[in-house]
Design a protein around this ligand. Structure first.
Ligand SMILES: O=c1ccn([C@@H]2O[C@@H]3COP(=O)(O)O[C@H]3[C@H]2O)c(=O)[nH]1
Length: 259
């Protein structure tokens, strides 16, 4: 059965934050359950694996899995916490004389090319604006609002009538942007805080309270929150519905496609 493995569930700085000594960061520092690497997940299928985002914790994430090789990466948006592992993967490809493939909407490659102009010597960039297929999954990107950080893309995956979506970096979705979130068996959604107190114009990701309003509209059957900052204590017991879980590192979810 296909699986989704969470490799990181942290926000752009991860948990602990270097400068911070709050109780969540201290617990994370002592090897506790709040230690969160930058958000990324691995889709495992009979056809192979697809990594969703490749951030600065990529090496630690590969070591945690005991995985020595990688062939495919899908990128949501070209921010440091989602792409900074690409140059490390490039070097691994160089040393192992292998090649990889990166899938993303064309606009995402414009920024990646500017930031890391050498990557295409070893990594093929394949635009997926019109959708793509992998492991029997029909995969469709759509643009989502990322607040003060501009845009991101979310992805909807469909196979044998089972549908799920990966949307780590979004806020203030328009009605049109919410549409692909309807009719899902599972949703992975980014929520930086339980309740974020920062000014609305400075925000870039939903908090859990806002996410619950979105869930009430879209009604996914199962939900995993990811992209959580040090404002979230995984053991706090937030008042969340039973079908909502705070994801943690190496949590593995079976995708029940009926195969
Ligand atoms: O043009 C930009 C804008 C931002 N960033 C990164 O993405 C992060 C998003 O969350 P943050 O606002 O806490 O921190 C940001 C930066 O680390 C980037 O790589 N390129």
């Amino acid at each position: 059965m296909d699986q989704l493995i969470f490799l990181g569930t942290g926000d752009s700085m991860g948990v602990p934050r270097v400068y911070c000594t709050c109780p969540v960061c201290q617990e994370a520092r002592s090897g506790g359950r709040n230690r969160r690497l930058r958000s990324s997940a691995l889709l495992r299928t009979a056809e192979g694996e697809l990594l969703l985002d490749c951030g600065p914790d990529w090496v630690e994430q590969m070591e945690g899995l005991g995985q020595r090789t990688l062939t495919r990466v899908l990128v949501t948006h070209p921010h440091h916490d989602h792409i900074a592992g690409l140059p490390e993967w490039f070097d691994a490809c160089r040393w192992t004389r292998s090649r990889g493939t990166v899938f993303a909407p064309g606009i995402v490659f414009e920024t990646i090319r500017r930031q890391y102009p050498w990557l295409e010597k070893k990594l093929a960039f394949v635009p997926n604006d019109g959708g793509m297929e992998f492991g029997g999954w029909q995969i469709t990107p759509w643009e989502v609002c990322h607040g003060k950080n501009g845009y991101s893309f979310a992805y909807r995956f469909v196979k044998n009538g089972y549908a799920w979506a990966y949307c780590p970096d979004a806020i203030h979705l328009t009605e049109k942007q919410k549409k692909p979130l309807h009719g899902l068996n599972m949703l992975v959604l980014g929520t930086n805080f339980y309740k974020e107190e920062a000014r609305v114009e400075s925000r870039s990701v939903y908090d859990m309270k806002e996410a619950l309003e979105l869930l009430a509209e879209a009604k996914p059957q199962r939900v995993y929150f990811t992209h959580m900052s040090h404002g979230v204590d995984i053991d706090a017991g937030y008042p969340l519905p039973e079908h909502v879980t705070l994801a943690s590192r190496e949590l593995t979810v079976s995708l029940r496609t009926g195969e």
